[in-house]
Design a protein around this ligand. Structure first.
Ligand code: SF4
Length: 319
């Protein structure tokens, strides 16, 4: 008994103080990508990346949801300089919130009052692995360890969709898994949340374009998009806490964040602008590629996709 107490005293508390600190990362950590269009260079070899895309106005834009966070995606090309910051905060409530001219992300905003009342202090999630490499699930498992300790926020994973308040989708949602995913969604009682974790679930990831791999959760009423390949556990945790309104409202700085706040969001915060780059590595990024799915997602109002608590059954068109 005394040995146990002695060990506890010697070891101290290993759980991260997050969200009140504890978000320090090593220099090699690749967080939120940013684009500085003023720093251009000669055309280099095109990187195999969907990160650089074309906005509706024809200008280059960064699609953080498609980012694989690989060194090859950073560098200087004709569209500007792409670099990685060490900012882990990048989960968004909308697909369009992950696309901007500089990499600025519209961070997730809190669910409405009723959904927060239902889920804010107790949320049970069912994981659906829909064609994943396993990396994203490893980070989901890490969320439960002593460092991140997801359960202290009242969030836990359960074995059955019938016991769940929402589902977490990882993987590209390949052809064989699409029907299984839809069955799990239908089996989850309303109101329910749908959370897309990782580049595969958001946009197909490195398997994008393969005839067997799907384009992730495209067409589903998603409540939270968590970029990464895989996302860092703190990126996931930050997004979840923002969604549940468990982070305090923070000071906003212009643009999309202010608009979201004006629309009633309580916990939105814009990230550092493109000038605040502290890590650049890798090859030049090639010319922008058109990305119509981003435009489509932006065109569909959130309410029409069953946003908020995702509180509606799938329609025939979504199946
Ligand atoms: S996003 Fe990356 S880590 Fe996650 S399943 Fe896809 S390839 Fe694996």
């Amino acid at each position: 008994m005394f040995d146990f107490l002695r060990t506890r005293l010697r070891e101290g508390t290993r759980t991260s103080p997050f969200p009140r600190g504890g978000a320090e990362f090593p220099a090699r950590f690749r967080g939120l990508p940013v684009l500085d269009p003023t720093r251009t260079g000669p055309e280099g070899p095109a990187a195999p990346s969907a990160l650089l895309t074309t906005a509706a106005d024809g200008r280059p834009a960064l699609d953080v949801g498609a980012c694989l966070f690989s060194p090859e995606e950073a560098g200087t090309g004709p569209a500007g300089t792409v670099a990685f910051t060490r900012d882990h905060r990048m989960a968004s409530s909308t697909r369009a919130g992950l696309v901007s001219a500089t990499g600025e992300v519209e961070l997730a905003h809190a669910l409405d009052r009723e959904a927060r009342r239902l889920f804010g202090r107790s949320l049970r999630l069912r994981s659906v692995v829909a064609g994943s490499c396993g990396g994203c699930e490893a980070e989901l498992v890490a969320l439960g360890n002593v460092v991140f300790d997801l359960a202290r926020f009242g969030v836990q994973f359960v074995a059955s969709p019938r016991h769940a308040d929402g589902i977490v989708v990882t993987g590209t949602v390949n052809r064989n898994m699409r029907a299984a995913l839809e069955n799990v969604i239908e089996a989850t009682p309303l109101p329910r949340l749908i959370i897309a974790v990782g580049a595969c679930a958001i946009a197909g990831g490195p398997f994008r374009g393969s005839p067997e791999a799907g384009r992730g959760v495209e067409g589903l009423p998603v409540d939270l998009y968590v970029p990464g390949c895989p996302p860092h556990p703190l990126t996931l945790l930050d997004g979840l806490l923002r969604l549940l309104g468990r982070l305090p409202a923070e000071r906003l700085r212009g643009g999309a964040g202010e608009r979201a706040m004006a629309e009633g969001a309580e916990s939105v915060e814009l990230l550092q602008p493109a000038g605040a780059v502290d890590a650049v590595a890798g090859e030049a990024v090639g010319a922008a590629g058109a990305e119509d799915s981003v435009k489509r997602a932006a065109d569909v109002p959130r309410a029409a996709r069953g946003g908020g608590a995702g509180a509606r059954p799938l329609t025939g068109g979504e199946r």
